[in-house]
Design a protein around this ligand. Structure first.
Ligand code: AVI
Length: 319
């Protein structure tokens, strides 16, 4: 009998989770909605479109670094491991590693159900020898490997500088959870965007084609769609800037006028210029990031960058 192309485990957050978190976020000051809610199916597609903009160098450069060092990575990690990718939405970058690592199975985890299903099926079709156990879950809350996945030394792959979307304290907590997932001696291969010239960073998060703006505004459209809210998208604009002292990009949605919005039966007033903070994207120097990883119990094994030192890929080992 043919085996199914992929095993699919669904721990997807419910509309009630979205409603509870969004309402709590809008009651707080400053108002902050966590970036994980960007990623409905349309938001995931918009994110993929961001990665193709000329300004968003992160994806292109990380891919270059991974390709240039795939053999070195495989030599250090070895074959036959269980490869887990929290947030592995499009499963794009892992393809660079699969032939070298020849894992016993691949476990992508993502919050966006249909996006994950399609991507996991494509990987399974392209690499017929590979077992794929996709898990639809909010990895900021749960990072369990599905019980159906085989045993093997564990390797986590967390590319894209998604670690930058946690604040440094949250990053330590997340990395500690990854440490528990991979166990002592397990590896983490992680992409981390480096600190650099402000103009390059500002442009990467406010591309001339408006794709990042559409991605940010889609959060409000999603809340309208899924929670019956009445955000008027004409009354909001995208704002992103590098905050040098905090070492992070901040993304906000700015209310362009006084307005009242209804979400899940509750009214929220916004003054002109008031913002909803939707994302932080921290940038780290190499040693700065290694210190964060050390606090979570990881020691550096190797680190690679591109010639312009735009982006870093760290191989870390759980102690
Ligand atoms: C997913 N994450 C790492 C992206 C970033 O660069 O922080 C999300 C993003 N936001 C705007 N552009 C891209």
């Amino acid at each position: 009998m043919d085996r199914p192309a992929i095993q699919f485990h669904d721990l997807h957050p419910t509309p009630a989770d979205l409603a509870a978190e969004v309402v709590a976020a809008l009651r707080r000051r400053p108002r902050y909605i966590p970036p994980k809610f960007f990623y409905d199916t349309h938001g995931s597609q918009l994110f993929d479109a961001i990665t193709a903009t000329p300004e968003y160098y992160l994806t292109r450069v990380e891919v270059q670094v991974l390709k240039a060092n795939a053999a070195a990575i495989a030599a250090r990690v070895g074959t036959g491991s269980l490869l887990v990718e929290p947030g592995g939405g499009s499963c794009a970058k892992v393809r660079i590693l699969l032939e070298g690592l020849r894992p016993c199975a691949y476990v992508p985890m993502d919050i966006s159900r249909e996006h994950l299903r399609l991507a996991a099926e494509q990987v399974a079709a392209e690499f017929p020898w590979l077992e794929v156990h996709a898990s639809c879950a909010d990895f900021t809350r749960t990072m369990e490997v599905p019980a159906t996945a085989p045993e093997g030394p564990r390797v986590a792959f967390f590319p894209g500088s998604s670690i930058g979307n946690f604040d440094p304290e949250g990053a330590v907590g997340f990395l500690a959870a990854v440490g528990t997932l991979v166990g002592p001696g397990g590896f983490l291969l992680i992409g981390v965007d480096l600190k650099k010239d402000r103009a390059v960073l500002d442009a990467a998060y406010d591309d001339a084609g408006g794709v990042t703006a559409a991605f940010n505004l889609n959060l409000l459209a999603r809340i309208n769609r899924e929670l019956g809210a009445d955000f008027d998208l004409e009354g909001w604009r995208h704002r992103a800037f590098y905050h040098e002292a905090r070492g992070r990009i901040e993304m906000h949605l700015v209310s362009t006028r006084a307005q009242t919005v209804h979400v899940a039966g509750e009214a929220f007033d916004f003054a002109p210029g008031e913002t909803i903070h939707t994302e932080n994207s921290y940038k780290y120097g190499i040693e700065e990031f290694q210190r964060i990883a050390a606090q979570a119990g990881f020691q550096p094994d190797a680190v690679w960058t591109d010639p312009q030192a735009l982006f870093s890929v760290h191989l870390l080992r759980a102690t």
